[in-house]
Design a protein around this ligand. Structure first.
Ligand code: FNR
Length: 183
């Protein structure tokens, strides 16, 4: 049994350190987790007027999320909260309420920023929002203070301690997903 994990990155930037870290995290995860990027690039800003005929980009996004067993969200912190691009995507996925794509889905979160507490505060906000939407958020925390050289030329974590830390977090996530999604 394998599990499909949708990876959401809360940055549209081409050189996003969070996209690179998301990739590095997926490489230390157990093979039972199969990761698929879900892009936020095309999503318009939420506008209730668009509900009458949801744009294709929105339907693509919610279909991909609905098909996933669980989510890995990796994001920067903007002003000690989550980036608007990610909040907007979460809002689209939460409507209509009877098709909320987040409900009862396992979520693991991580993120990096050059600051000393590398996204810790933003992740608290994300955790709260996902809880309100009925997702099951993996306990514990996994934020990384970004330092140049944190990733090697292949895009892997250079530091063994960081690699082991993320591997352990993803191992816990796989057990959590297995319990919630079932065999
Ligand atoms: C930031 N950044 C930032 N960093 C942080 O640690 N705490 C914060 O509250 C903020 N706030 C913030 C607001 C805004 C509007 C921007 C543009 C940036 C810095 C941020 O972590 C840095 O730009 C990262 O490189 C962004 O992540 P990506 O795009 O490289 O993945």
């Amino acid at each position: 049994k394998t599990y499909d994990i949708a990876v959401l990155v809360g940055s549209l930037r081409r050189e996003s350190i969070n996209r690179k870290v998301a990739e590095a995290i997926t490489r230390v995860a157990p093979p039972v987790l199969r990761f698929r990027p879900v892009l936020l690039d095309e999503l318009p800003m939420y506008n209730g007027d668009l509900e009458a005929q949801r744009p294709d980009a929105v339907n693509r996004f919610t279909d991909q999320c609905a098909a996933a067993d669980a989510f890995l969200i990796v994001m920067p912190e903007f002003n000690r909260s989550l980036p608007a691009v990610l909040k907007n995507a979460i809002d689209w996925g939460s409507k209509p309420m009877d098709r909320n794509v987040w409900r009862d889905k396992p979520v693991a979160m991580s993120g990096t920023s050059p600051g000393a507490i590398g996204t810790a505060v933003g992740q608290q906000h994300l955790r709260q929002i996902m809880g309100i939407l009925g997702a099951s958020v993996l306990g514990g925390e996994a934020y990384l203070s970004f330092k140049p050289g944190m990733l090697d030329a292949q895009g892997d974590f250079s530091d063994e301690a960081t690699r082991n830390f993320m591997a352990a977090y993803m191992e816990r996530f796989s057990v959590f997903v297995g319990k919630l999604v079932g065999a």
